[in-house]
Design a protein around this ligand. Structure first.
Ligand code: FES
Length: 102
């Protein structure tokens, strides 16, 4: 098993019942997963793992994406433009300031 160097958590709005019911899923967070995986492969960022999660408790700012170990949380990640900005920042060890939850 190879442990990831960096981890992107994408809120999948999953609840204990198993059904995704929250804001992030309703705003399309599940659709971000395939694009993220493709972009990471295209950019040669194999050290990054993507995982869909339960509700990250910031629903009013969703869709939410969190990057670890940097512990940077992004909100309003609604599509490819936002994903590109975040991955561009990760590629230079910087932060996509315009999307950061504060
Ligand atoms: S459903 Fe995504 S933060 Fe709650």
């Amino acid at each position: 098993m190879i442990k990831p160097v960096k981890h992107i958590l994408v809120c999948g709005s999953f609840r204990a019942s198993g059904a995704p019911q929250g804001v992030c899923a309703k705003k399309g967070s599940h659709d971000l997963l395939a694009y993220l995986e493709t972009e990471l492969a295209d950019r040669g960022m194999g050290e990054v793992t993507v995982t869909a999660t339960g509700c990250l408790k910031a629903c009013d700012r969703g869709p939410i994406l969190a990057v670890y170990p940097a512990n940077i949380w992004y909100g309003g990640v609604g599509g490819e433009d936002e994903i590109d900005a975040i991955l561009d920042a990760m590629g230079t060890d910087s932060v996509a300031e315009e999307l950061v939850l504060k």
